[in-house]
Write a protein that binds this ligand. Structure first.
Ligand code: PXL
Length: 278
């Protein structure tokens, strides 16, 4: 008899933005369809993301998050993985730190959400950058984009194109902070690439993108983590994630308002383990 195995639990500490297809709104469906069990811990509830849809309605989740972590710990729950993303301030970094210390054996993955396109987000202060840099030091894997990689390394962020060796060197330099690194959104000539540092080094030049959308970093992170939790090596997981993001962008009709994110929903069945050979 085949004994059923409980799906792995992933604690997802990210914002919940109602409109705009980013953060928990993409992470939860992706992880579920990949056969995993995401547990959402919204750091902040927003009516939309903050990327150009006006001033969102906002509900801070710091106190809720502290109480939810205590509740999960009292229940004796275990998490296979903790995945952190958008942290709206230093109190929310403390939430991630608390989760890391309560579940010391979980695989800890930090997406150090701080900026994009060569600039830190307006709400991101030097003190917050330092706290997030410190959080990265307790992670097993970090997933910065190109801008965040430079902020973590205390380099002035630029969006200039890179050669492959420089992309690889950036990922290698970040292993001073965390043992495994994937840098996303690297401008590699006519490609957007990602580079991995640590035990599983690689440079992938996968995406030939004509448009950029909010939330594709979260989509990428969710597929990568889902793939890792399914037992794939980091470079294979990064490859799967790049391919899915590329497909989702191609699936979004030209002329759509990019602020509303990529049309990934109809592609979700491709991520389902049972549907893989269809
Ligand atoms: O990773 C995209 C994202 C997530 N969360 C919030 C955002 C954005 C992009 O703008 O504003 C709150």
């Amino acid at each position: 008899m085949i004994r059923p195995v409980e799906p792995k639990k992933i604690l997802c500490i990210h914002d919940l933005s109602g409109v705009g297809r980013c953060s928990l709104a993409v992470i939860l469906p992706v992880l579920s369809v990949m056969g995993l069990q995401p547990v959402a811990l919204p750091t902040v509830v927003l009516s939309t993301h903050t990327g150009g849809l006006g001033e969102p309605a906002r509900l801070d989740g710091s106190l809720y998050g502290e109480a939810a972590l205590d509740h999960y710990h009292a229940l004796g729950l275990d998490f296979d993985c903790i995945y952190t993303g958008y942290l709206g301030g230093e109190a929310q970094v403390a939430l991630a730190e608390k989760a890391f210390s309560l579940w010391g054996n979980a695989h800890k993955i930090v997406d150090p959400v701080m900026g994009d396109n060569g600039r830190a987000y307006s709400s991101v202060t030097p003190a917050l950058i330092q706290r997030i840099r410190d959080l990265c030091r307790s992670a097993d894997l970090i997933l910065p984009n190109y801008t965040e990689a430079q902020l973590l390394l205390e380099r002035a962020p630029v969006s200039d194109p890179l050669e492959d060796p420089a992309a690889q060197a950036l990922a290698d330099d970040l292993t001073a902070l965390a043992p495994n690194v994937v840098v996303t959104g690297l401008p590699l000539g006519k490609y957007i690439g990602c580079a991995g540092g640590g035990r599983d080094r690689f440079v992938l030049k996968k995406l030939h993108l004509d448009r950029s959308f909010p939330g594709t970093g979260d989509l990428y992170g969710a597929v990568l983590i889902g793939s890792l939790m399914q037992g794939n090596a980091l470079s294979a997981a990064a490859d799967n994630a790049a391919e899915f993001v590329s497909l989702a962008i191609q699936n979004t009709p030209a002329g759509q308002d990019t602020r509303f994110g990529v049309w990934f929903e109809s592609l979700l069945p491709r991520l389902c383990p049972a549907a893989r050979d269809d």
